[in-house]
Design a protein around this ligand. Sequence first.
Ligand SMILES: C=C1C[C@]23C[C@@]1(O)CC[C@H]2[C@@]12CCC[C@@](C)(C(=O)O1)[C@H]2[C@@H]3C(=O)O
Ligand SMILES: O=C(O)CCC(=O)C(=O)O
Ligand SMILES: [Fe+2]
Length: 374
Amino acid sequence: MPTPSHLKNPLYFDFRAARRVPESHAWPGLHEHPVVDGGGAPGTPDAVPVVDLRESGAAAAAGVARAAELWGAFLLTGHGVPAELLARVEDRIARMFALPAADKMRAVRGPGDACGYGSPPISSFFSKCMWSEGYTFSPASLRADLRKLWPKAGDDYASFCDVMEEFHKEMRVLAGKLLELFLRALGLTDEEVAAVEEERRIGETMTATMHLNWYPRCPDPRRALGLIAHTDSGFFTFVLQSLVPGLQLFRHAPDRWVAVPAVPGAFVVNVGDLFQILTNGRFHSVYHRAVVNRDLDRISLGYFLGPPPHAKVAPLREAVPPGRTPAYRAVTWPEYMGVRKKAFTTGASALKMVAAAAAESDDADVHQPLVLSS
Ligand SMILES: C=C1C[C@]23C[C@@]1(O)CC[C@H]2[C@@]12CCC[C@@](C)(C(=O)O1)[C@H]2[C@@H]3C(=O)O
Ligand SMILES: O=C(O)CCC(=O)C(=O)O
Ligand SMILES: [Fe+2]
């Protein structure tokens, strides 16, 4: 019998059939640091901070400031995105990942493509494979992309697109609100927040990318890794994790992984590298990873916000202390990804690579947080 074409694809690995974790998927050094529970009582040292958007603006801004300075992440509750929409989103994602391998392989991300099926871009820097599959798409223009997964369109295609568009509409509004709250958390008044937006149009021009993750249950979860430790590169990310926990945040002194509790209906918000740059290092990006589970599949969704590709991101004038020079030079998102690629191959820190050069950049470049030139 001829081998089905998708089985010849080197990207294809049949997680369901695996009875053990092969060497190709076994990661060394996974247990170098202890894992602690992040679901303790609020205020205890390892409890992941929670920001409730139903709180007063000032209280929420203070919570965001604390969390973004100390953790680079927090759980977001009271955000107003309906729980029933989140349930439909998760249901549609699960159905998508349950498509036959041949269908998923048809939508594989090509080299250099931003969107498509398969391991996320970061996987190309590692020789080991992750215990997951992913799908990346732009929610603002998903219908054409999604035809690769559902060439004949049909009900599942239509429902997936409808639900993701509805979700994107809600999330884009929430992202705008959260950006304002982050700026308030930096100490800007409402008027200053409005003036920054008037001048720089950060909220208006922010773009969204969605990346869906499927972490199949794994016969030997201590040897495998769902998603390699990384920082998100953009401004900030909303992560929706199913009720199966797996996301861990790295914290120093003492070095440890903090397991994020699965709070129904909550998003995890991660600060990304470009937001660390925008806030002149006041808010820092968070190093995080996803682990897998022996008995249960896990699904997560990342809704990534960042600048449009041609916009230069440099520290906000308001975030640089008087008399000091900005800590980072201006970069576009694609330029930063190039720096990060170099950093991965040399073992350096991408943020450090754009930091030291700040003093050498010309002033106009450094002080314009977003220069939109088309
Ligand atoms: C907008 C994006 C952020 C991301 C690269 C991408 O173009 C789409 C996928 C995102 C993701 C998800 C998994 C981890 C990550 C590091 C990766 O390889 O792909 C992030 C990227 C990122 O934040 O840089
Ligand atoms: O699966 C998760 O919880 C984390 C996902 C993530 O970090 C990402 O997609 O960038
Ligand atoms: Fe991430």
